[in-house]
Design a protein around this ligand. Structure first.
Ligand code: DGY
Length: 328
């Protein structure tokens, strides 16, 4: 990277304080009207910038990267997940990829907990009743849902977000179980009072609510396949705040329809931003538009991380949030 201000292209509008600070520090091309970059715009950007700041909606494949100009040294992703970037191809071209971990953890865990409450307690169905003006008064059998206290929560992927969900779930009186590639350190496992399952299949079959918090990689695509979804109890609920590709969505819809799974809370979709229309009319699902981490504070924290990574790169320091290619 040159010693002059690096040229930084933002593919979307970022919070004002972040854009303003970036303008002070770098030679920035803002996306003032906040439109989604076309592939051509993306290619034009990487052909001439030092740093690209994309979001999860920018598909940065090996083909796109092949068109990168000699100046491109850093892709400072505004977001945690990097499944839209071919990190291995970037690395082989000497382009570093960074992300914004940690700062989304608590917000995403809060929304996961909101889903864990909303689905069994029929929160959205109830709110709709008021909106539709169909509420005719309280009765003992009106809008009954299911209690959370005493239920078993199975967390798939016990990283930062999974652990933050576990802490919250304990506060709601739930029993925490988890499946993870690696077992937690004993102290942390004891702190969140979590039971480890080496076998995901075994855990799935016994949980009342399952929530998934893995990154999307080739190895986790359809981790919840039709076979695995069928292992869940017919009274169980599934929450997905991570990535749509982790769940076989068509199979999930079939199982929700025939009552093999009791309900689902989905903040992400397999073909996002498209939402399968079959999900829309279902009473036993809560659907949100990928807003798990959407707080002003979180977005500013993410922007600050992006700035720190760009500064570290420009100054020749180790990058705090460097992402390495996933080992499968
Ligand atoms: C991310 O950063 O990957 C999240 O999905 C945004 O909520």
């Amino acid at each position: 990277m040159s010693r002059t201000k690096p040229t930084v292209v933002l593919t979307r509008k970022l919070p004002d304080p972040i854009e303003t600070r970036m303008m002070e520090l770098f030679d920035v091309r803002l996306n003032v009207d906040d439109h989604q970059f076309t592939q051509d715009e993306l290619i034009a950007a990487i052909a001439e910038c030092d740093v690209l700041v994309p979001t999860l909606r920018d598909e940065i494949s090996a083909d796109v990267l092949a068109k990168a100009g000699p100046r491109l040294k850093l892709i400072a992703n505004f977001g945690n997940g990097v499944d839209h970037i071919d990190v291995a191809a970037a690395q082989s071209q000497g382009i570093v990829v960074t992300n914004t971990p940690d700062v989304l953890t608590e917000d995403t865990a809060d929304m996961t907990m909101a889903m864990i409450v909303a689905v069994p307690r029929r929160l959205v169905e109830g709110a709709k009743m008021i909106q539709d003006d169909t509420f005719e008064g309280w009765t003992p059998t009106h809008m009954l849902g299911h209690r959370l206290a005493g239920k078993r929560l199975g967390i798939i992927g016990m990283g930062r977000i999974g652990t933050a969900v576990a802490r919250r779930a304990r506060g709601f009186g739930m029993t925490v179980h988890y499946h993870n590639r690696r077992r937690l350190q004993p102290e942390l496992e004891a702190e969140v009072e979590a039971t480890y399952w080496e076998s995901l299949d075994q855990m799935l079959a016994r949980m009342d609510i399952v929530t998934i918090h893995c990154p999307h990689t080739p190895a986790t695509f359809h981790l919840l396949s039709e076979r695995r979804l069928k292992l869940m109890k017919p009274t169980a609920y599934l929450i997905n705040m991570a990535r749509g590709e982790l769940v076989d969505e068509k199979a999930l819809i079939r199982l929700l329809k025939d009552g093999s799974i009791a309900g689902a809370g989905l903040d992400v979709f397999e073909h996002e931003p498209a939402v399968n229309p079959k999900l829309r009319g279902m009473k036993n699902v809560v659907l949100l538009p990928h807003m798990g981490s959407a707080t002003i504070e979180g977005r500013i924290n993410m922007g600050e991380k992006v700035i720190i990574n760009i500064r570290a790169s420009a100054d020749g320091h180790a990058l705090p949030d460097r992402v390495l290619p996933q080992r499968l």
